[in-house]
Design a protein around this ligand. Structure first.
Ligand SMILES: *Cc1c(COP(=O)(O)O)cnc(C)c1O
Length: 393
């Protein structure tokens, strides 16, 4: 078995598919297998796979060899107890939450969430889940909101677009002390930058669309169980999903409800494409961070720019914390505002290589006005709480 502890991440990544999944014919990539259904010579085997007594696939909404192979690699990278892939990052978030939460539960979430995750919280509220928004750079504020119904704390490692860095270590400790799930969206800092277990995250939820796949040509998401949460303490696990291995309780419920029943499955072809992108994650990520830091420094001293948000700048309020958490690399996202007399649209239209587009973690540099696009629906009041100015690029 390959182990990230023995080999560098770079080496692990390029050999993981071959070593962990042992594709047929000595192939170095797991094949894309598009079969929806699977034949069994003996019907007892079919029954056993259905009942979870035997490994295998019965219907590709629940599992396919391509998705399972990608899950194996992603889980190995994070040193978790298992992973489940979804069609998109939003599918991973929404399916995981809907699998684990019930009406009457309370969750504490970052007030600096990715725009679509933020608006998804409204859906949860309508279903009877109480959602408290909080400044996750401050653990005391998080701890103060915990009550007897609190099931989960959810935040992102680095917030997009203002780049606030959550107090991940503090939140991990508080969640551990109160037996609360700590779900972390680590899209901005995949395993190359952040060891999710070192901050005691229970679940790592990642948009594979961004840095992991990396080329702007495929969507995907994943939820990884780090194995750090004690599921016997979680009231919402159905008796049906209390399997022999206690570590698998949470993921079993997420797979059955979130994937089988809700159905936002990662297509086999997408899984294969994501795993090819993943092979060069380290190199892309390091270069991305290097470029972003240069650009942030350049913008910070430019006469047309009035402010820059990037955790790699010493002036950033959580610069020290980010240095400790992410090994002196600060991610590929930065934001800035231009001096008042400069029109943002004119500025963006003038750029030649920087593409006006919504995405991140691409091989190309992208830029867009955020208030009028991703965060338009949130309205001026919510945007102000997130620190998003109208002119922010
Ligand atoms: C993009 C993004 C998502 C959603 O991922 P999709 O794959 O686009 O659905 C979730 N969280 C963060 C932090 C993101 O940047």
């Amino acid at each position: 078995m390959l182990s990230v502890k023995k080999l560098s991440i770079e080496t692990t990544l390029v050999h993981a598919d071959r070593k962990l999944n042992k594709p047929q014919f000595g192939a170095v990539h797991e094949a894309t297998n598009n079969s929806v259904l699977f034949e069994f010579g003996d019907v007892q085997d079919l029954v056993d796979v259905f009942q979870g007594k035997q490994a295998g696939h019965v219907y590709s909404r629940s599992s396919s060899s391509s998705a399972v192979s990608l899950q194996t690699i992603l889980n190995e990278l994070e040193g978790g107890v298992g992973a489940v892939c979804f069609a998109t990052g939003m599918a991973a978030i929404s399916s995981t939450f809907l699998s684990l939460l019930r009406a009457g539960d309370h969750i504490i979430v970052s007030q600096y969430l990715f725009g679509n995750t933020r608006s998804y919280m409204e859906t949860l509220t309508h279903l009877g889940i109480e959602v408290s928004f909080v400044d996750v750079t401050n653990t005391q504020k998080v701890a103060a909101l915990i009550n007897k119904n609190t099931k989960m704390v959810f935040c992102e490692s680095i917030a997009n677009p203002v780049t606030q860095v959550a107090d991940l270590k503090g939140i991990g400790d508080v969640c551990e002390a109160h037996n609360i799930l700590f779900a972390l969206d680590n899209t901005m800092t995949p395993s190359v930058l952040l060891d999710g277990k070192s901050v005691k995250a229970s679940l790592l939820i990642t948009s594979l669309t961004k840095y992991i796949a990396g080329h702007g040509n495929v969507l995907g998401g994943v939820t990884i169980d780090t194995g750090m949460f004690d599921w016997t303490q979680y009231a919402n696990i159905s008796d049906k999903y209390k399997v022999a291995d206690i570590k698998q309780w949470g993921l079993t419920q997420i797979k059955k409800r979130g994937l089988r029943d809700m159905g936002a499955t990662l297509a086999p072809a997408s899984a294969s494409q994501v795993s090819v992108g993943l092979e060069t994650l380290t190199m892309r990520m390091h270069k991305t961070c290097e470029n972003a830091l240069s650009l942030a420094k350049y913008l910070a001293q430019h006469s047309c720019v009035s402010s820059v948000n990037y955790p790699g700048l010493e002036a950033h309020p959580q610069h020290q914390r980010a240095s400790e958490l992410f090994g002196k690399r600060f991610g590929g996202v930065l934001s800035f505002t231009l001096k008042q007399d400069i029109d943002t649209h004119t500025f963006l239209n003038t750029l030649e290589l920087v593409i006006s587009a919504t995405h991140l973690g691409d091989t190309r540099t992208l830029a867009l006005p955020v208030a009028s696009t991703i965060f338009f629906e949130n309205g001026p009041e919510e945007r102000a709480k997130m620190g998003i100015q109208d002119s922010l690029v």
